[in-house]
Structures are given as structure tokens and as C-alpha cells.
Design a protein around this ligand. Sequence first.
Ligand code: ATP
Length: 447
Amino acid sequence: MTLIVSDRKPFAEAGAILEGFDCPAILVAPDYTILATNSHYQAQFGEIDPRQGHHCFEVSHGLSVPCDQAGEDCPLAAAMASGHKERVLHIHRSPRGREHIDVEMLPILDDDGALICFVELLHAVPTAGAENIDQTMVGSSKAFTDMLAKISRVSATDAAVLLLGESGTGKELAAAAIHQGSSRNEKPLVTLECAGLSDSLFETELFGHVKGAFTGAHADKTGLVELANGGTLFLDEIGDVPPSMQVKLLRLLESGTYRRVGSSQLRSANFRLICATHKDIRTLVEAGEFRQDLYYRINVFPIRLPSLAQRTEDLPLLAEALLKRISPHKRFHLTAPAMNALKSHSFPGNIRELRNLLTRAIVLSDTNLIDDALIRESLEVEVPVEATPDRREGNRSHPEWTDLKTAEARYLEELMVAHGNDKEAVANIAGISLRSLYRKLDQIRIK
Ligand SMILES: Nc1ncnc2c1ncn2[C@@H]1O[C@H](COP(=O)(O)OP(=O)(O)OP(=O)(O)O)[C@@H](O)[C@H]1O
């Protein structure tokens, strides 16, 4: 494929620099006219003759007006206003469907500082999709796109990231996206689920141990820090790390070294740190339950994941994507009233709850159409407490209010009994991961 440039000087020569970029790139005039394109751009959008005065917003967005007039951020307008490089996250047309693209716009000035044109670089964000593509993070709402822009930016650095957000909002997927977008992506992403681990388990999981370090240590064990060498270490539910272990973690992060349990040999660590929690970690710091110095170490770049309630516009896209993922061979569709029924639900369990609900609807469905009655039926299964006689008969008196923990324990006990201790079924209905269920059962000692 050849470089196509305008015959307007000086763009014919300047356009040649575009081939040096390893991504789709164009030269674009301040009036949005494309002046030159490189072969990556042509591969994506077809050959564009610069003499015909095509506009960037027509080619990559299929719009008839500049992006800012169509309700999107326009990097060109932003760069024109600021006079320096600007970056925004956009959704573009591509052969793979609509995709999130990190757009970089660099102004080119003449010797007197007057603006000549811009170089526009389009970096794909492969871990996210505005459509349903594999295991990508799906969404196109502003709340989602803003979050994704942060993920995209921080991926290129080695900064420690703290992912915050309610359970089921996609923190684990976000950690994978950051790792995938980083220069460490050829090396492993290693996850440690910190909740429910005893001190000794936490230590041996993280640092490993040598043979004979304690009773039962029959062989050397490689720790996760070592397995993550050159890659990324993801500490999920960091807010649940007990204080005694917080010190050891802090030491690791401060010194970049550690010892296997039972060994005196100092080893050096080389990983990028990502932590996640659904807890309000600042409150934990204020309450003295989480060390402040550790908090500063892990909280270099915080990213808050929006709850599903904050991005209801994404529900149709997410539902479609999840239906395809749950049932890749048989396609299911939601009727419009079914979508409205989904929209009127609050989804405290976020995307995990949506996924579980759709799984139940598929199981209950006789055809490949999911209607509102089926959604309501699937919702009822989810909240057994609403199906108790008291609620059904409209009896709103509450003789015995309890605290949340007790209510949760009672709820899980009932679910376990009702489902013959089938933990997978119970986790599905409760809208939590199997890991979380084990942790909760452990706390209330149901085995
Ligand atoms: N943007 C998204 N697009 C598609 N699926 C998503 C998205 N975000 C999350 N999911 C799906 O929702 C489920 C829950 O996501 P995930 O486990 O990453 O949440 P989490 O915030 O880590 O939850 P927890 O705090 O309970 O561990 C997974 O099945 C995941 O694939």
C-alpha cells in the first residue's frame, strides 16, 4: 500500500513522515480536511484521495459534522484551542466494528509559530469495545469512556494503579486491560485474591517458601511475586489484607526485595502493581485498619469503575454482549419490554448480576426470544427475600430488624439449605463470585 498525500505543498513532503508511525496516521488541516494518510490508515478506512477534500469526521466516524458538533470530544478543536498536543478517547468505525481509539493530535507550526496542520495518530484500545468483541470491556457511555481513557493512559506507564468500585463492576477485567495495554504484556499477569487468606497463607502465596520451612512444606514453592517477574501483580480485595501482612507488603513495595518463607536469601522483585477493592479504603485508613503509608504506595493512580446504575445507557450493548458470551452458538434476543424491565432494575451486583440474570433467563427460555415476563421471573429468583409470604401479602411490618451482616448470613444460610449446599448455584443466585461465597461462608462458618 502506498502513502497518499495531497499535492498541496508542503504537505506532499510532510506526509512522508506518516509512514514512520506504527498506527493509522493522517495529516489534517484546521478545517478538518485530510491532507495525507499512511498505509495503516488506508488499510482501515480505504484509500482516500486528499485532493477530494474528505473530512476526518466523515471518514472515521461517518458523521456529517465535526465531532464536537455531534456531542463528542474533538481532539482537533481541543488542540486548536490549547495550541499543544491533545488526546481523547473516541469510538471509530473499523473492520472489526466500532472500536475505542485513543486519538492523539499534534499541531505542526511554521517557523513563526503559525499553525499549519495537525498530525493525528489513532491508537487502538484493544481491550475495550463499543461492540461485542470476545472478552473485551463493553460500553460506550461517557462514564465508561472516561474510565477507559484513564486505563488507556496509565497502561503506557509503570505507575501503581488502584481500581475502586462496587462488586461486579469489572475491576478484574480492568486489571487485565491495563496489563494487556502495557509493555509488560508478554509476561504474566498474576492475581492474588487477598480476601479470606490467613497471614501464613498470604505470605507463602506471595513470597513462596523453601522446603522444610514449616510442617507440610515438602518442596520449594515459587511465590506469586516471582511468577509475576517482568509482568503485573494484581492484588484483588487489597482492603482485606490483615495489618500484619500490610507491613510485609509495604516492605516489598519499598525495597523491591523479598525472601521466601524459611529462606534468608534476598530476592529482587520486578512487577507492575495493580490493586483493587470494593471497600472505601480511605475510611479504612481513617479507622486505622489500613496503613496510610501502604495506601499512598498503592494509590499512585486511582481509577473508579462506574456502577451499572451510573451507565444505564450501556445496558443494551452489555446485554447483547453478555448474551453472546453466555450462549455463543445459539443467539438470544431481548424484546423491547424486556429491555425496559432490565432498565428499571437497579443492579446492586452490577455487571455480574446482569450476567447471572441473563444466564437464568436463557435457561428458562423456550425460544430464542427473552421477553419481559422471563426477565421478571429471573429477577424473582434473584431476591428470594422478596418472595417470602410477608412481602407477597403486602405485610410491611418488620418485627426484627437486624444489621446487614446478620441479614446476609441468614440469607446465605437459607439459600444454601434451599439449594442443597450447591455453592455454585448459590453464588450464581446471590450474584457473587464463588471465591466471595467461600469467603462469606467461612466468616459465618457454614461449611
Ligand atoms: N465492561 C464490561 N463488559 C463486559 N463484561 C463485563 C464488563 N465489566 C465486567 N464484566 C463482566 O462482569 C463480571 C464481573 O466482572 P469482574 O469480576 O471484573 O468484577 P469485579 O469488580 O472484579 O468484582 P468483585 O469486586 O466482586 O471481584 C465478569 O463476568 C466480567 O466478565
